[in-house]
Design a protein around this ligand. Structure first.
Ligand SMILES: C[S@@+](CC[C@H](N)C(=O)[O-])C[C@H]1O[C@@H](n2cnc3c(N)ncnc32)[C@H](O)[C@@H]1O
Length: 201
C-alpha cells in the first residue's frame, strides 16, 4: 500500500506497459465537459494532476487552452507527452509529487480529476482534499470523475462511495454535481460519477 506513494511504483508500471487504467483517448465525459466551455475559459489556469499519458491535457491544448499544467511524479508519461506534443510549453510539464506542490507558487482556476484520486493511498484522501483546496484560486473548481464502486482490493484503483466523497469534500468544497456519469467510456460504464465542486471561501 505504501508503495503507491512512491514515483517508482508508477514508473515501473509505465516501463512494463502495465497500465490498465490508460484509455488511450480523452475520457468522454471530460471531453463533453471541455467542449461546452466558453471561449473565455481558454486562458484559465488548469491543473491535471496525476495525469499520466494525459489525453485530457493533449485535448485541451489542441482546443486552444493556453494555460494547462500536467503534473505527474513518474517521468515516463511526462516524457511521452513531451514527445507527442513537442510544442507544449515545457514549464507546464511538472514531474513532481502533487502533495509537494507549493500553493504559493501554483494557483489554478480549475483542476481536472481523472483516475488520480483513486491512485493515491486512501489514508491520504483528506490530505488530497486539503491540497486541492489550497491549489485553487478563490471560487476555483475541481471537475472530473470519481469511481462509484468499492473495488475491495488493497491496490489501486481504490474506489469509494458517494457518501464518503460527500463527507470528505464538503469540508472544503461546495459540491455542485456528483452524479452517475451517463457518457462514460465503455470500460467504465456505470462505475463512475461526474463531479464538479467549488472551493469554499
Ligand atoms: C492510475 S494513473 C492515472 C493516469 C491518468 N490520469 C489516466 O487516467 O490515464 C495514476 C497516475 O498518478 C500518478 N501519481 C500517483 N501519485 C502521485 C503523486 N503523489 N503525485 C503526482 N503524481 C502521482 C502516477 O504516476 C500515475 O501516472
Amino acid at each position: 500500500m505504501e508503495s503507491v506513494n512512491q514515483a517508482g511504483f508508477w514508473q515501473q508500471r509505465y516501463e512494463q506497459d502495465s497500465i490498465g487504467w490508460d484509455m488511450g483517448e480523452v475520457s468522454p465525459p471530460l471531453k463533453a465537459y471541455i467542449d461546452q466551455l466558453p471561449e473565455t475559459a481558454k486562458g484559465q489556469a488548469i491543473l491535471v494532476p496525476g495525469g499520466g499519458n494525459a489525453y485530457e491535457v493533449g485535448y485541451l491544448y489542441e482546443q486552444g487552452f493556453t494555460n494547462v499544467t500536467l503534473v505527474d511524479f513518474a517521468p515516463a508519461p511526462i516524457e511521452a507527452f513531451a514527445r507527442r506534443y513537442p510544442d507544449f510549453p515545457t514549464e507546464h510539464l511538472i514531474c513532481a509529487d502533487f502533495f509537494g506542490l507549493s500553493p504559493e507558487q501554483h494557483q489554478f482556476d480549475w483542476v481536472l480529476e481523472q483516475t488520480f484520486f483513486c491512485a493515491i493511498n486512501p489514508a491520504r484522501r483528506d490530505e488530497y482534499v486539503e491540497q486541492m483546496a489550497a491549489l485553487l484560486k478563490p471560487k476555483g473548481q475541481l471537475v472530473g470523475l470519481l469511481f462509484d464502486k468499492d473495488f475491495g482490493r488493497n491496490e489501486p484503483p481504490f474506489g469509494g462511495t458517494k457518501a464518503e466523497y460527500q463527507q470528505r469534500f464538503e469540508t472544503r468544497f461546495n459540491i455542485e454535481i456528483m452524479e452517475s456519469s451517463y457518457n462514460s467510456h465503455a470500460a467504465r460504464q456505470g462505475n463512475e460519477m461526474f463531479v464538479t465542486m467549488q472551493v469554499k471561501a
